[in-house]
Design a protein around this ligand. Structure first.
Ligand code: KIV
Ligand code: ZN
Length: 509
């Protein structure tokens, strides 16, 4: 059966989602999980875009094995040099270089003629080829480009050394039948096409990213690009889990295979959601909370009699066979380590100490610590040491009083306290934090959900916060939802501070 390579861009295009800002440790953690999921290529970032991105790509290239690690670069020499510097230690490095080819992009964005674009593309691919053998060349906004021009630029890219040609639907404008025909026509016009792999990269502006990608499979391509949970620029990218499960469930139609281990899908999806702070809509295909829930009596009756009446995928095929009860307050370090190993969570002794400490605190507040709780604890401990931490928190709120919050924050071995009133207890707490740190924020998004079933489930809060022109996400988990809210906000504050987007004026200094 024809093999389709899965190219994951969660850490590059996915990280371009508004409000998402992952630190290098979080990116490495996601990359390790992507390797377990079985993707063939991890696009780890865009090294020229920031020192943080460069560092993350470099760490992934050095630490994540048995998968190809790719870095994005425009066709400019400085981008390609920086990309190579970041991935040179990878087991199987790839440079992905791109330039826009549509009349709109060439005229208004690049201000270049088609001939100049072609020349720059060839120069970029040649330079990349002087560093590494595996080169992907993308024609940005390909789906709105002239098919003859694409044939010419792709033929030249192959001569210059490209090994993969990518046809992106950058603005999510294509429709499935038209896209399949377009790909076919481009391939027909490209000299040497039999020597390279053809890829597509579809955006979801019209909700057609997965449909367009699958139409491209039927047109004969070899690589699909996408992101976990479909995150990415604007409406996002094709969701990898949807592509993988569609190709798997309807193999009769597509006659292709991928190397995705579907049992790792739920775990990967939840990790990406937690670390990016991008919640998954409940009715999202494959990984939404309701994807396997049967509500109507007729459906429940059918499923009880025979699951296949209303279920085309089993929950355990995507790794949703998690237990309920695992550990409690009497469980020791050994039991926690064994359970983490069973769940495939790698922690060294130092991390285990931290996780175990948190586990004990949690077990005091919650009768049963579930696998979902353990995943959450381990993910939380991936963050670098935060600058600001919560020391204590008190809130008073009710029907006849003004909500007030008093809290203490630790910063550089000192505690700072203050109090504030607000529209509600969360607003009051956020205002108290702002007062202590001398900062100002705009809360763009606030979401609260239980991370597990059961009455004593922990609350998970995700926020998206704006500091001046920068948007950053945060996540907090606790059995107390106000504490979870404060932790989420503090994570956003720490991330913004780490990136130099805010500075603290503690005590007016
Ligand atoms: O959407 C797009 O065109 C891209 C390219 C860089 C491949 O993300
Ligand atoms: Zn894209």
């Amino acid at each position: 059966m024809r093999q389709i390579d899965i190219f994951d861009t969660t850490l590059r295009d996915g990280e371009q989602s508004p409000g998402v800002a992952l630190n290098p440790a979080e990116k490495v953690q996601i990359a390790r999980q992507l390797a377990k999921l079985g993707v063939n290529i991890i696009e780890a970032g865009f090294p020229i875009s920031s020192p943080g991105d460069f560092e993350a790509v470099k760490q992934i290239a050095e630490e994540v094995r048995q998968v190809s690690v790719c870095a994005l670069a425009r066709t400019q020499a400085k981008d390609i040099e920086r990309a190579w510097e970041a991935i040179s230690k990878a087991e199987s490095p790839r440079i992905h270089t791109f330039i826009a080819t549509s009349p709109i992009h060439m005229r208004y964005k690049l201000k270049k003629s088609p001939e100049e674009v072609l020349e720059q593309a060839v120069a970029g691919v040649k330079l990349a080829k002087s560093k590494v053998s595996d080169i992907e060349f993308s024609a940005e906004d390909a789906s709105r480009s002239d098919v003859d021009f694409l044939g010419r630029i792709f033929s030249s890219a192959i001569k210059a050394g490209a090994t993969v040609l990518n046809i992106p639907d950058t603005v999510g404008y294509a429709t499935p039948e038209e896209f399949a025909k377009f790909i076919y026509e481009v391939m027909e016009r490209t000299e040497g096409i039999e020597k390279v792999k053809v890829s597509v990269h579809c955006h979801n502006d019209l909700g057609l990213a997965v449909a367009n990608s699958l139409a491209a499979v039927q047109a004969g391509i070899h690589q699909l690009e996408g992101a976990i949970n479909g995150i990415g620029e604007r409406a996002g990218n094709a969701a990898i889990e949807e592509l993988a499960m569609a190709l798997n469930t309807r193999r009769d139609q597509y006659q292709v295979q991928t190397s995705i281990n579907s049992k790792e899908i739920a775990r990967t999806s939840q990790m990406v959601s937690r670390l990016t702070g991008m919640m998954i809509q409940p009715n999202k295909a494959i990984v939404g909370k309701n994807a396997f829930a049967h509500e109507s009596g007729i459906h429940q009756d059918g499923v009880l009699k025979e699951r296949s009446t209303y279920e085309i995928i089993s929950p355990d095929s995507i790794g949703l066979d998690m237990d309920t009860i695992v550990l409690g307050k009497h469980s020791g370090r050994h039991a926690v380590r064994d359970r983490l190993t069973e769940l495939g969570l790698e922690v060294d002794e130092k991390r285990l100490d931290e996780v175990f400490k948190e586990f004990k605190l949690l077990a005091e507040r919650k009768k049963e610590v579930t696998s979902a709780d353990l995943y959450s604890l381990v993910d939380t401990h991936t963050h670098d040491v935060p600058e600001i931490t919560l020391d204590y928190l008190q809130v008073s709120s009710g029907t006849q009083i003004v909500p007030t919050s008093t809290l203490g924050l630790n910063y550089q071995d000192q505690r700072y306290d203050d109090a504030a009133c607000g529209d509600g207890p969360v607003d009051a707490a956020y205002k108290a934090i702002d007062k202590i740190l001398g900062i100002d924020h705009k809360l763009l998004r606030y979401a609260l959900q239980a991370i597990d079933g059961g009455e004593d489930a922990q609350g998970e809060v995700t926020v998206s916060v704006q500091f001046d022109e920068h948007t950053v996400g945060g996540r907090g988990v606790s059995t107390d939802i106000i504490e979870a809210s404060v932790k989420a906000y503090l994570q956003a504050v720490n991330r913004a501070f780490e990136r130099g987007w805010i500075s603290f004026k503690i005590g007016g200094i």
